[in-house]
Design a protein. Structure first.
Length: 227
């Protein structure tokens, strides 16, 4: 799980980014103004900053430059409607690690974030652990006793949520609310299908890592752990 700050003044875009990054398993804080961004950066550590170039009458580019001048080292992905080479160079010169031109898809946003982190941290990305499972979000892997297993985005998000809340059960309705966007395919059958797919990928012949209680819901399990 990455802790990501999003600074985006457009409510629709900000909400879309936040929902998409949270579905990918990340913790997201979203603010709309330069001042709020400065306040957050002054008091909280982040693994990634997603920063819009234009923040109403203010400049995300200025926020980026100020943050770097104060010694801030967190990777910054700049969002911009500007597509000229000179504009892109200006963003990089002010301290951005990369830029993404609007409009863009959430999957492309996630891919750019992963690419930035690969450059910044070329070795190990283990970001979540439970029992003999380890999650590597940027590479979309779960590592089970040293074996790397690729996971689709939704399965990764479900497993990450369960691992971060190992003492809790989640009903299908709760998983839908937290990890699925609204739509005709967002239903309990989708949750059940994702859980079944996850189990098929990570379970062994003798153990299932996702337990289910008809009254309480789903919970992460580990060999030797009592319910």
């Amino acid at each position: 799980m990455l802790k990501i700050l999003v600074v985006e003044d457009d409510p629709d875009t900000g909400e879309t980014i936040q929902e998409g990054l949270e579905r990918a398993g990340h913790q997201v804080e979203w603010v709309e103004t330069k001042a709020e961004g400065q306040q957050k950066l002054a008091s909280n550590p982040y693994d990634m900053i997603v920063l819009d170039w234009n923040l109403g009458r203010e400049s995300g580019l200025d926020l980026c430059a100020e943050y770097r001048s104060q010694g801030g080292r967190t990777p910054i992905l700049m969002l911009t409607g500007k597509s000229s080479v000179n504009d892109k160079v200006a963003g990089l010169d002010h301290g951005a690690d990369d830029y993404l031109v609007k409009p863009f898809s959430v999957s492309e946003l996630n891919a750019r974030i992963a690419a930035i982190l690969r450059k910044r941290k070329p070795t190990n990305y283990i970001l979540e652990k439970f029992g003999d499972l380890e999650l590597d979000y940027p590479r979309k892997l779960v590592i089970r006793k040293g074996e790397e297993i690729a996971l689709p985005t939704q399965e990764l998000a479900v497993l990450g949520l369960l691992m971060r809340n190992a003492d809790k059960h989640f009903t299908s309705a709760e998983l839908l609310k937290k990890l699925w966007s609204a739509g005709p395919e967002s239903n309990e059958q989708a949750v059940q299908a994702t859980i079944a797919s996850l189990r098929k990928l990570i379970d062994t012949s003798s153990f299932s890592y996702v337990s289910y209680d008809s009254q309480l819901g789903y919970r992460i399990a580990s060999p030797g752990m009592g319910d």
